[in-house]
Design a protein around this ligand. Sequence first.
Ligand SMILES: *[C@@H]1O[C@H](CO)[C@@H](O)[C@H](O)[C@H]1NC(C)=O
Ligand SMILES: *[C@@H]1O[C@H](CO)[C@@H](O)[C@H](O)[C@H]1NC(C)=O
Ligand SMILES: *[C@@H]1O[C@H](CO)[C@@H](O)[C@H](O)[C@H]1NC(C)=O
Ligand SMILES: *[C@@H]1O[C@H](CO)[C@@H](O)[C@H](O)[C@H]1NC(C)=O
Ligand SMILES: *[C@@H]1O[C@H](CO)[C@@H](O)[C@H](O)[C@H]1NC(C)=O
Ligand SMILES: *[C@@H]1O[C@H](CO)[C@@H](O)[C@H](O)[C@H]1NC(C)=O
Length: 556
Amino acid sequence: MFGSKFLEQSSTLFLLSVAAQTTDQRCASFTFESNYTRLIASTFFEARDHVNISTLFQAVDTNALPAFCRVQVEITTNVTADSTALAEVWLPEDWNGRFLTIGNGGFSGSVSVGDLAFMAVNQGFAGVSTDSGHSGTATDASWALGNDNAIMDYTWRAMHLSVATGKEIVQKFYGRSHNKAYYVGCSEGGRQGLKEVQEFPDDFDGAVIGSPANWATHLFSSIVRSNLNVLPTTSSRWISENMWRNVIHPEVLRQCDELDGIKDGVISNPLLCSFRPETLACHQNQDPETCLTISQIETLHKLYSDYYETNQTYIFGGFYPGSENDLSTIFGSESSLLGPHYFQNFIVKLSILLHLLVNHYDEHPFFYSDTTWDISQFDMDTILLADSINPGGQNAVNPDLRKFTARQGKVLHYAGWAEDIISAGNSVHYYETVNSFMRANTNIEMDDFYRLFMVAGLGHCYVSDFGDGANAFGAPLQEMAGMPPLAHDARHNILAALVQWVEDDVAPENITAVHYENNNVTAGISFTRPICKYPASSRYVSGDPNSAESFACISY
Ligand SMILES: *[C@@H]1O[C@H](CO)[C@@H](O)[C@H](O)[C@H]1NC(C)=O
Ligand SMILES: *[C@@H]1O[C@H](CO)[C@@H](O)[C@H](O)[C@H]1NC(C)=O
Ligand SMILES: *[C@@H]1O[C@H](CO)[C@@H](O)[C@H](O)[C@H]1NC(C)=O
Ligand SMILES: *[C@@H]1O[C@H](CO)[C@@H](O)[C@H](O)[C@H]1NC(C)=O
Ligand SMILES: *[C@@H]1O[C@H](CO)[C@@H](O)[C@H](O)[C@H]1NC(C)=O
Ligand SMILES: *[C@@H]1O[C@H](CO)[C@@H](O)[C@H](O)[C@H]1NC(C)=O
C-alpha cells in the first residue's frame, strides 16, 4: 500500500518519479552494487507483520512495528585480505528523514536487530548496524586469533564503512539523502561511538554514548585487578553472592540511601557517601555468612576505590556503593561473566595483557600455549605493554573533539552509578579529560556540546539486570527488552533529547526516567525520577516521592 504520509513529506520531482512504485515494490526490486558492497537481500515487512529475526546478539519477535524494508549487505573491508563485514539497513516507509547508526556490545559479532526495530524503525529513523566483521556471540573473542584484519574491522573499520554504505543505501532507497545522522550505543557500542566522534567527526551530527568501553586496555587491566582482589573463591578475600546481596547491600543502603533526602533503596549520588564496611566486621563466634572478615573489608575498600598502580598512576575508576546487587553477579560467582572462565575466551589478540592471561588458565588451552607468564606477575609493565600495542587502535580516549564541535556535533553520554563492569568513574574520567582539553585549547564549554548523565541505580547497559532505579529512558537495549521510555519525546527519551539538541538547539538539562513495577511495563509505573546533568544529582524536595516533579537536580 502506498504511504500517503511519505508523499506529503516528499517534494522533489525525482521522488515523484520513483513514487509510482509502492514501498513494497521498491524494496523487492531494490538493487545496490558497488565494487565493495554486495546486496544479500531486501525484504519488505507490512505494518504489524510478524517480525521474528534473531542474531547471536539480539532478537526481535514482534508484530508492533510500522512498515519497513530490511536491506542486508556484505561490505568488503580489505580487498587484499578479502575481509568482509555484514550490515543491515532498516528503512521505514514513514521515514523521519534521519539516519541512525546502532552500535554493538561485548566483542560484537552480530547485527543489533532489536535496537534496529525499536530505536530506528519504530521511531521513524532509517537505521544501520553491522556485525563488525565477524560472526560470534558478544562474549566470544576466538575470531580475533591471528586475524589482524578482523581486529581492525572490530575496532573501527566495519563501523565506519557501514555508516558510509548505510547513508548511500538511504539515498538510493528514498531518492534523497538523510537530513541528520545520529549514533546510539552502549558498552562496546559506546566505545565504537566515541571512536567515530574522535576519528571520523563528519559521520554524525550527534551521538548517544552509554557506559563506553573506550579505555579498553585499562578497562581490561581493571578487570584483572578486580579479579585478583577477590579470587580464588577459596581465599579469605572471596565474597559470596549471598554476602553481596543480603549483608553488604543492606548496610550500604543504611549508610547511604537517605543522603538524597529519601529512603527509597536507590542511591542517587554515591559520591556523597563514604561507605564504611567496618561496621560489618565479624565479632567472636558470629556466623561468617552475616559479617565481614578483615580481608573481605580490604577487598571492599579496593573494589570501591579508584585503581592506581606504581607511582600513583591512575589506571581506572572503581565501583561505587549501591552496585552490590550487580557486583554480586559479576564477582559473587565463579562462573560469572568476568570470572576466571571468562578470561580463557577473552580478548586474546586484542590486548597483549589478556593474551598473556589466557595462558594462565592452561586448563582451558584454547589459545596460545607456552609462556612462563603467570597472572601473579600482572603489574604496571603489563599495562604499559598493552597500551603500547593497543591492538587495532581499540582505545578511544582522544580528548580532542574540536573537529566534532566545529561541525556543531553533540554528545549525550550516560552511565549508571551502579556499574558493575565498566566503572562509572570511567565515564566521569573521559568527560573530565575532554573538559580539560577543550578548556585549554578552545573557548567552547562542555555544556555547549557534551553532556553527561549519571543514572542512579543502573548497572551495565541492562547486562546484569535492570537495576532498582528509574531505568527506562530510551537508551539502547531498553525498549527491545520491553522497557520503553514513558514517551518518545525529548523529556523522556534520550535519543529524542539528542535530536532536539542537534536540530532545535535546545539542550537537555535533565531526562525523566521511569521505573516500572517489577520492571514489568504491563504492571504499570512504579516511580519516575529526573536523571540530572553531571555533576548534579537528584534530591527529594517535597510531594509525591514517586513523581519526578518532587525532585530537584542539585550540584553539591
Ligand atoms: C571499480 O572496479 C572497476 C573495475 O575493476 C574499476 O575500473 C573502478 O575504478 C572501480 N571503482 C572504484 C570506485 O573503485
Ligand atoms: C520466532 O522464531 C524462533 C526461531 O527463530 C521460534 O523459536 C519462535 O517460536 C518464533 N516465534 C513465534 C512467535 O513464532
Ligand atoms: C589488508 O590486508 C592485507 C593482507 O592481510 C594486509 O597486508 C594489509 O595491511 C591490509 N590493509 C589494511 C589497510 O589494513
Ligand atoms: C616509578 O617508581 C619507581 C620506583 O618504584 C621508579 O623506579 C620509576 O622511575 C618511577 N617511574 C616514574 C615514571 O616516575
Ligand atoms: C507483568 O504484569 C502483568 C500485569 O500485572 C502480569 O499479568 C504479567 O504476568 C507480568 N509479567 C511478568 C513477566 O511478570
Ligand atoms: C528539568 O529541566 C526542565 C527544563 O529545563 C526544568 O524545567 C526542570 O525544572 C528540570 N527538573 C529538575 C528536577 O531539575
